[in-house]
Design a protein around this ligand. Structure first.
Ligand code: ZN
Ligand code: ZN
Length: 327
């Protein structure tokens, strides 16, 4: 297994439609969190989106699905789409809204919707003009794990927005890294052997046998113990469209525990807290309290109400009074 780094960027400006594109560096593919207007994603990158995680299907979070669908035509790819209950019928609605007579196998979309502790899956193959197959229902994996491939895992928690919304966290596995000063201590220089050792450290059995480094022969297990330590992988949480309550605070704190980055909506400012509560959205200060409770390293605000005319500084300043590292 290789080390996979995660790199996230918001698709639109802070007051544009929500969307977070996460590149799985090393795997050559992307995960997309929410699918509002996505004109800014290049056609080439659109075809590399392997999984889409929709918080909920309010139009500003799902209107971009049509563009994704359009640019996937003719590609022999499988795209998984995850979301709360209702997603499967929304997907069916999208597909049945157009006329199809595809000749190629085309893409296949696989919808997965979460309801409580259940997960329902339905396949929509381009080869069958996107007519959905049978719905398969199973228990949701423990810890709300929705997706897991090549060391990259996505978990979800339910949030409250009048309707159920899902918050997500994508994380990559821990990876071996050289301890400070360890190479010098053993009189070694980095080389191809070190990559081999790291790869073996990630394998199921761990390093075994012997390894040659700079003309000497070492027991691999011992060398790995001397040189390497496991470091946490990347962890990026995505939270949007929710009320601030004790329960959502607890859920987000668990979801985004020690996150390297928490992307969190901040539709309103504290002065408009009543409006935030009435529309089941957050203020910047509440987003900061989520980040603080989770022990996140960095908070990135987005989905800021257009009523503030693109003026972001007051929201950032408000959040910084509670959680310093805000972007
Ligand atoms: Zn919404
Ligand atoms: Zn929204």
């Amino acid at each position: 297994m290789r080390r996979v780094r995660l790199e996230a960027k918001l698709v639109n400006k802070k007051d544009g439609d929500p969307g977070l594109l996460v590149e799985l560096i090393g795997l050559g593919r992307f995960y997309l969190f929410d699918c509002g207007s996505i004109e800014r994603i290049s056609k080439r990158d659109l075809r590399r989106i392997a999984r889409v995680f929709v918080s909920h299907t309010h139009v500003d979070h799902f209107i971009g699905f049509d563009r994704l669908l359009r640019h996937s035509l003719g590609e022999a790819i499988e795209v998984h789409v995850y979301g709360p209950a209702g997603l499967l019928s929304n997907l069916e609605g999208k597909f049945s809204g157009y006329l199809w007579n595809l000749q190629e196998a085309g893409p296949t979309f696989v919808g997965h919707e979460v309801e409580g502790e259940r997960l329902r899956t339905r396949v929509f193959p381009g080869a069958r003009q996107f007519r959905g197959g049978e719905i398969v229902e199973e228990p949701l994996a423990p810890g709300g794990v929705l997706s897991s491939e090549e060391g990259v895992e996505v978990r979800c928690v339910p949030l409250e927005h009048g309707v159920t919304v899902l918050g997500y966290c994508v994380s990559s596995s821990a990876f071996p890294s050289v301890r400070a000063g360890a190479l010098e201590r053993l009189g070694l220089r980095p080389g191809g052997w070190l990559n081999t050792l790291k790869e073996e450290a990630l394998s199921a059995t761990g390093p075994q046998g012997r390894i040659a480094a700079q003309g000497r022969d070492w027991p691999a297990e011992e060398l790995a113990r001397e040189l390497l330590e496991m470091r946490a992988g990347d962890r990026i949480a995505y939270v949007t469209d929710t009320l601030f309550t004790d329960r959502t605070l607890e859920s987000v704190a668990q979801l985004a525990r020690d996150a390297s980055e928490l992307y969190c909506e901040a539709n309103f400012r504290e002065a408009d807290a009543a409006r935030a509560a009435a529309t089941s959205h957050l203020t910047a200060a509440q987003a900061a309290r989520f980040a603080q409770a989770a022990g996140a390293r960095k908070l990135v605000l987005f989905h800021v109400s257009r009523k503030y005319d693109g003026e972001l500084e007051p929201s950032l300043a408000e959040a910084r009074t509670i959680f310093p590292n805000v972007e």
